[in-house]
Design a protein around this ligand. Structure first.
Ligand SMILES: [Zn+2]
Length: 346
């Protein structure tokens, strides 16, 4: 399916990579071609020409951009695009899809498809499908449909298989009473610390993760919320997403973004303490534990930091080892260093 010109131009403005269609754009005045997510200055729309492939751009006499390196669009990224399109098929299917059908749809052998899917998504296609159906089931329940309607509408074959298959902690009845929302809209942006995926529920921002490519960013989010119904953010959310990126790049202010913080009671206590650390300052794991009145719980504090889903907004990068050593960071120690240096500068 080809995107129309307007959509392609929007993708360039937003610097997003579409995983439904990869395309490139050339700039008439410079003779250079780029990926849609290139961070160089936005060209005039009149000077932009679109290409469906690298070959097409080169045949038209364009040179690859030195900033976004369109030619390093590797096998790896193509594979990720295949896996994401399989996720999309599963997301949109009313019924359970077999491995054979999914593999064929994305052009891989069943064996490779199964193996590659697991490698990138972390779970098998069948587990992923179960997650999607559970999420759909949960959503239908919160929309106050009857339980039987919800079971059939979410692609389950029978009432009993719904109970066997879904991983709800509560029974559907109890669940519906709780009315937990698991609909996540997301957007991927580039920031000075790399790509960042921002996930938003009805209650607020539920995920901020860094990643090295837009596709990996999306996979990270899906991996983190395998049960959720995940869609690209609509225009209404763009202001909030812009504000979030601005905050990540310049956190020297009180964070007033709406947050949807999910975690155990202990994790929430730890994250509360982290949010009290001012930009540019750090605390050690033991100091955080002491502040919680549980001085021996520094390992549990480290684990709560590792489970943080909201990079920078819950500043787990401001927690360091004894004598200020930069210990692990789930988005990479180099990124932790860059975040801390950025705060010292401002
Ligand atoms: Zn470029």
């Amino acid at each position: 399916m080809l995107m129309d010109t307007h959509k392609r131009w929007q993708a360039i403005i937003n610097r997003t990579l579409s995983d439904s269609e990869l395309f490139f754009y050339g700039v008439l005045t410079t003779g250079v071609f780029c990926r849609p997510d290139c961070s160089s200055k936005l060209p005039k729309q009149d000077n932009v020409v679109f290409f469906n492939s690298i070959d097409e751009a080169k045949q038209a006499g364009y040179r690859a951009c030195k900033r976004c390196h369109p030619e390093s669009t590797t096998q790896n990224e193509k594979r990720i695009a295949q896996i994401i399109s399989a996720c999309r098929i599963i997301d949109q299917s009313e019924e359970k899809q077999t491995l054979e059908v999914l593999a064929k749809a994305v052009g891989l052998s069943t064996y490779h498809f199964q193996r590659e899917f697991k490698k990138y998504v972390g779970i098998s296609p069948l587990q992923y499908g179960r997650g999607v159906r559970t999420a759909r089931f949960e959503r239908l329940l919160t929309e106050h449909k009857s339980i039987t309607d919800a079971i059939f509408a979410s692609g389950y074959q029978s009432t009993t298989s719904a109970y066997q298959d879904n991983s709800l902690a509560m029974s559907p009845k109890v669940y519906r009473a709780g009315g937990k929302g698991v609909n996540i809209q997301f957007s991927i942006k580039s920031s000075k610390f790399g790509y960042v995926v921002i996930g938003v529920t009805k209650r607020g921002i539920c995920a901020i993760h860094f990643a090295d490519s837009p596709t990996l960013a999306e996979i990270t989010l899906r991996e983190r919320f395998p049960q959720a119904d995940i869609q690209e953010a609509d225009n209404d959310l763009q202001a909030l997403i812009g504000a979030t990126v601005a905050y990540i790049e310049n956190p020297d202010s009180q964070c007033e973004l709406p947050l949807d913080i999910q975690g155990t009671a202990f994790q929430q206590q730890v994250w509360q303490v982290l949010r009290s650390i001012r930009p540019g300052n750090t605390m050690t794991y033991s100091e955080v534990a002491q502040k919680l009145g549980k001085p021996t719980a520094f390992r549990a504090v480290a684990s709560a930091c590792a489970n943080n889903k909201l990079a920078v907004v819950i500043p787990c990068h401001r927690v360091v080892g004894k004598s200020g050593k930069l210990t692990g960071y789930r988005w990479g120690v180099e990124r932790k260093r860059a975040l801390l240096e950025n705060e010292k500068e401002s």
